[in-house]
Design a protein around this ligand. Structure first.
Ligand code: UD1
Length: 420
């Protein structure tokens, strides 16, 4: 089991280059299956979620070749497998995105039920509803996998999503891109990663309008062709480094950022007294001597992202005053709290609400991360804490952060990675 050993309490300084967005990359990579010919993707992060997805796709017969450190080519021929119901698939939540692309290209798909971070119930009913509305026969089989197939061809439809699910919007968008006729998806997710996927699909020949708004309209085309596309920068990795600067009172420059994607995060960070300036694709952040308490509620975009909630909790733990955080998206996403309390934080959880009474100092402890972003929060807290913290289960952090130890060392962090 790998872990990070962090000796905290030192201010950090310097520049960090933000990688391509995990959540965009996994969607666009899955969507490349829809394309005839070769797709070349740039700004792809070599994080473990991406590597696992590539491994699964290679098992299906897709050809993947890294051309540079962050550039990859993907070729899905006409005879790839459409059954992905084995172990690795269920370990990666994002593998559910293979459903939309395999169904769209080959008219059938079977994909193991997703795992990923344990954030509580993560249903797939909206995905199934969307595929069904498009004329597919889609269902759960033995509680083990989802199977979707279409007799003749997918048919455009009007689909209303009960909740603006990111994954359901992406899956339906992929399948509808090659359905016959027009599809209108209402109450869709508006995250920047949705817009990136739509841009990629349009680059490949799709006709999609409205991504980034509540309604997406898609005029189905016969087929898509491979193209070249750059993945957007990771707003959550950027937000994590903002929280690291804020909580350690450091000055950092973040490179390769789209600040418009971080509006809700920047707004709440500024309320804590953190200074953030944006200039082109750079962001300059300076943490205050003492953070102010802040209250947040997670919501679908453009609300405050659930993927930044634990990092804000780490900041609130060291703020002046009491903060309240309400988690509205995932039911089990407060697991960072117990670990932060081991470091001296004062956090009480009641259902989906956390009350965080700021303390003067955190101290080192042995802590365990339970999910990717809780891990990021523990790393931020450990960098601010006095003494040595051991963050266990680093593999969960590797799912979404590329070379985390090296990046932290480069900005002056006393961080050691141990792989056992
Ligand atoms: C994506 C992101 C994840 C982020 C989340 C919310 C990827 C790979 N992951 O996950 O990092 O935290 O969006 O921004 O992009 N829901 C249903 N029925 C469904 C689908 C979802 O009820 O069929 C509910 C879920 O239980 C949850 C909410 O919708 O409460 C949001 O889930 P969703 O937006 O689908 O998240 P993911 O796409 O899994």
């Amino acid at each position: 089991m790998s872990k990070l050993i962090i000796r905290g309490g030192k201010p950090l300084s310097g520049s960090v280059k933000i990688n391509g967005a995990k959540n965009s990359a996994v969607a666009v990579i899955a969507a490349a299956i829809l394309c005839k010919g070769t797709t070349v993707l740039e700004n792809v992060p070599q994080i473990s979620d991406v590597k696992i997805l590539f491994h699964i796709m290679e098992k299906l017969g897709v050809e993947i070749k890294w051309l540079e450190e962050d550039v990859v080519s993907i070729f899905a021929g006409d005879d790839i497998e459409t059954d992905a119901i084995y172990e690795e698939v269920s370990s990666l939540r994002a593998s559910n995105l293979l459903l939309g692309s395999l169904l769209g290209r080959f008219g059938k798909a079977a994909v193991a039920l997703p795992g990923g971070c344990d954030l509580g119930a993560r249903p797939m009913d909206l995905h199934i509803k969307g595929f069904t509305r498009l004329g597919a026969d889609a269902q759960f089989v033995d509680d083990r996998y989802i199977e979707a197939k279409v007799k003749d061809h997918l048919q455009g439809a009007v689909i209303y999503l009960d909740f603006p699910s990111v994954g359901a919007t992406e899956n339906i968008m992929m399948a509808a891109a090659v359905a016959e006729g027009q599809t209108i998806i209402e109450n869709v997710a508006k995250e920047p990663e949705i817009v990136d996927l739509a841009n990629f699909l349009n680059n490949a020949g799709a006709k999609i309008r409205g991504a980034g708004t509540d309604i997406i309209r898609i005029d189905g085309v016969k087929s898509l062709r491979g193209c070249r596309h750059g993945i957007i920068p990771d707003r959550i990795e950027a937000g994590t480094f903002l929280s690291i600067a804020a909580v350690t009172g450091s000055k950092l420059r973040l490179e390769n950022v789209i600040s418009a994607h971080l509006k809700p995060v920047i707004a709440k960070m500024r309320e804590t007294g953190t200074d953030i300036r944006c200039s082109g694709s750079n962001m300059y952040v300076s943490g205050p001597e003492k953070l102010k308490a802040v209250s947040i509620q997670t919501l679908a975009h453009p609300g405050f992202p659930t993927d930044m909630q634990p990092q804000m909790m780490a900041m609130a733990a060291l703020a002046n005053g009491t903060s309240v955080i309400v988690e509205n998206i995932f039911e089990k996403r407060m697991k960072a709290a117990a670990e932060l309390n081991k470091m001296g934080a004062d956090i009480t959880i009641d259902g989906k609400t956390a009350v965080i009474k700021g303390v003067d100092k955190l101290h080192g402890a042995v802590v365990e991360t339970h999910d990717l972003r809780a891990g990021a929060a523990l790393v931020a807290a450990a960098l601010a804490a006095e003494g040595e913290t051991v963050v266990e289960r680093l593999s969960l952090i590797d799912r979404g952060y590329y070379h985390i130890a090296d990046k932290l060392t480069q900005i002056g962090g006393d961080v050691e990675r141990i792989d056992e």
